[in-house]
Design a protein around this ligand. Sequence first.
Ligand code: CMC
Length: 446
Amino acid sequence: MTSTPPPPSEKKDKPLSSGGKDTLTITDNRTGKQYEVPIENDTIRALDLRQIKVKDEDFGLMTYDPAYMNTAACKSRITFIDGDKGILRYRGYPIEQLAEKGNYLETAYLIIYGELPNKAQYEKWVNDVMMHTLVHENIKKFVDGFHYDAHPMGMLVSTVAALSTFYTDAKNIKDPDSRKLQIFRLVGKMPTLAAFAYRHSVGRPYVYPDNELSYAGNFLNMLFKMTEVKYKVNPVLERALDILFILHADHEQNCSASAMRSVGSSQVDPYSSTAGAAAALYGPLHGGANAEVLYMLDEIGSKNNIPAFIKSVKEGKGKLMGFGHRIYKNYDPRAKIIKQLADEVFEVTGRNPKLDIALELERIALEDEYFVKRKLYPNVDFYSGLIYQAMQFPVEMFPVLFAIGRTSGWVAQWEEMLLDADQKIARPRQIYLGSGSRDYIMMGKR
Ligand code: CMC
């Protein structure tokens, strides 16, 4: 199964052969015994398998599922993906509609609270978030301590973790008001931390937040303001960045959201959990892929070199970065939106010359049997980097931009996990295949 099971309203009628009973009958050929295991939401509970034993003293049957390829670790009401059909919805709303008609903070509210805000709720939320964009002055000293060429994502991971030492009230994770406040702070401060990391890496003075600007506009201002009294944010680029934040806001149980839930399940504060999630996002197979796409396009260099590059990928010498997805076995709907957005951005910034290589790479890959057979399509990261680069973001900032948008998803996943009575501290099992018991051998005798 590659997709999340459909929501209840979209389920087809149950097959007659189920006899009205949603159970799975398992026969253990070792003992001849039969077990009836309930099926709920097209899922069986792994713990129900523990009754399957040969001897009473046995531990019971477990499932083995490295990388959670077929294990639902939670019930969630936030994001729905149908990977075969290329559908993505936040709280039921199609991503295409949110990207076309909504804005990021409105979408973040939807993701976190479950409904689109009315005007009063929206204004209060925007105010609550924007009132928390400033960071403690000591954060600046903290950022100053990084080496001049420190990666901005490493700085972001560290500074967001450091916030837990500034807001010690954040450990009251059972207090709804405290959780609410930390969510304002996290959504509000991530762009500031990201911008400070960037300014430090280019040796420029930090720019304080300007709450008269929009969420994306303020971020652009903190990044690119120089000596002018008022930096003029380009409205096309501001809107494009806002849409990119919407597209990255949540993606159900991906590697970083799972890290957020897993770290948070120990009941640590949300800044520490967010640092864990951001660290997971940093990797080249996850949020780091957008930067890898640009390195790859640089390496390919010209359209003439594409066939040789594709050949090397097929020989297992590397991956076509920005292609493939654990869940999507169709075109990633976010990539479609980004591809259209690129045209609008390039009208302002000029065309990114790497676009031609990317388009040709996509064309060739989508016709090649290797990629067709494996259902490998462009994902969200294939085109996003081209836009970021045209907007003057250095490649190292790409995963940082992803992290800003994804923060609303992380905090929504975190709170849903905390409020879910089924959840406990995350603690997978293992299959131990190491040595049996043996006696210590003195060093001289080894
Ligand atoms: N280029 C070439 N071959 C690929 C690629 C790729 N990008 N992705 C998967 N394959 C092959 C893979 O080698 C395997 O082939 P075989 O069956 O012969 O062994 C087959 O396709 C199935 O792939 P998999 O590695 O089992 O799939 P997965 O679900 O474990 O990995 C993925 C998903 C996204 C990590 C992987 O497709 C990949 O590494 N893609 C490139 C990195 C990337 O673009 N990541 C961004 C993901 S979207 C945004 C995000 O989540 O952060």
